[in-house]
Design a binder for this molecule. Sequence first.
Ligand code: FAD
Length: 379
Amino acid sequence: MDFTFNQEQDMFQNSFRKFLAGEVAPLVAKSESEHRFPVALFPKFGEMGYLGITYPESLGGMDLGYLTLTIFAEELGRVNSGFAGAILAHMSIATLPIYLVGSDEIKERYLAPAIRGEKIGAFGLTEPGAGSDAASIRTRATKVDGGYVLNGSKTFITNGPFADFVTVAAQAAPEKKYKGITLFLVEKGAKGFTQGAPFPKLGNHSSECGELAFEDCFVPDAQRLGDEGAGFHTLLEALNGGRMVVGARAVGVAQAAFDAALKYSQEREQFGRPIFQFQLTQGKLARMRMEIEASRLLCQRAAWLRDNKQPCAFEASLAKLKATETSVYVTGEAVQIFGGYGYMEEYPVERYFRDAKSMTIIEGTSEIQQVIIARHLAG
Ligand SMILES: Cc1cc2nc3c(=O)[nH]c(=O)nc-3n(C[C@H](O)[C@H](O)[C@H](O)COP(=O)(O)OP(=O)(O)OC[C@H]3O[C@@H](n4cnc5c(N)ncnc54)[C@H](O)[C@@H]3O)c2cc1C
């Protein structure tokens, strides 16, 4: 067993940290206050090759695997969870189905420009009436000559307000239930396709999510992703094995909160000494650190399994559940250590606390992770 990064992963982490400090961290305050994602970040990330970490070099990717992707997600989450949400949605769930089942032509038209950061992707699965029970989606894809007509709506879609294309799940044969679910690529500007304004939300203010509406929206056959009825299987493949990446983003947020709380505890004095010297504070920090380390290891182990082509859905769910719940716990304790200042916008911990909560909900809630884990326990 080897718990160290190899030279390539070490170099990646160092150079990515430099990139984040120079190009990304300076944008955080403005994005947070304006509740907008700075879309110019996409081509910047694309130029550096970051958007193709897990994709093959033939498509412009880096082919560095999921362990490197967890490093990327943690470092980005540490700087800003909203940026991480927008960029990871594009890099994973929006584009992974294209990679898994898209034709060569579709990969050239959508995936390659997405890796270069020239086209921004979103992923549309959730509907007002269908969240955890994704198989019950009602957006309808009706077969017509040369393609399909989509009718329905999607909600909470990250990058939805500005995406250049959306990978959308629709029901082509309701009588077949989940076996009728089919994936399509819909381009910005397509007739009958509307991208709603960003929703106001609790946290992750630097990312935007909103509604997508399809009203008699024609999609040509060539933009169907994979076979009719095979969409649910592709979605599970895309979601199940990648949940450690959301976990790693959550670890990044927790680490940022921990770093801020440790520093503050050594500077803030009460009763004539730094609050770090109180054993109750030390106990908090020790426990926070322990939970972060455990979460990080679970995420990296799940990623390692994936990179080594071993089954990892169970481990990815363990990692997602542990890391996202840890992030909520650690960021809450960080606010507590800051006392009243922790509740004020002047310090970053209130943002970490708000941002962390989203991750126990997205890409399968904590309860759904427990259902998946229990299913594996039952064999
Ligand atoms: C910031 C943000 C960004 C998002 N981005 C995207 C995106 O890009 N694309 C996309 O498609 N979706 C996106 N979503 C939607 C997200 O995936 C859903 O919110 C999530 O799957 C939960 O669905 P729901 O909100 O309908 O909750 P529901 O499914 O209605 O769940 C409500 C509660 O019931 C619990 N519950 C449900 N079923 C069970 C069960 N079987 N056992 C026990 N408890 C259960 C849930 O755990 C939860 O606590 C985003 C959401 C947020 C908040």
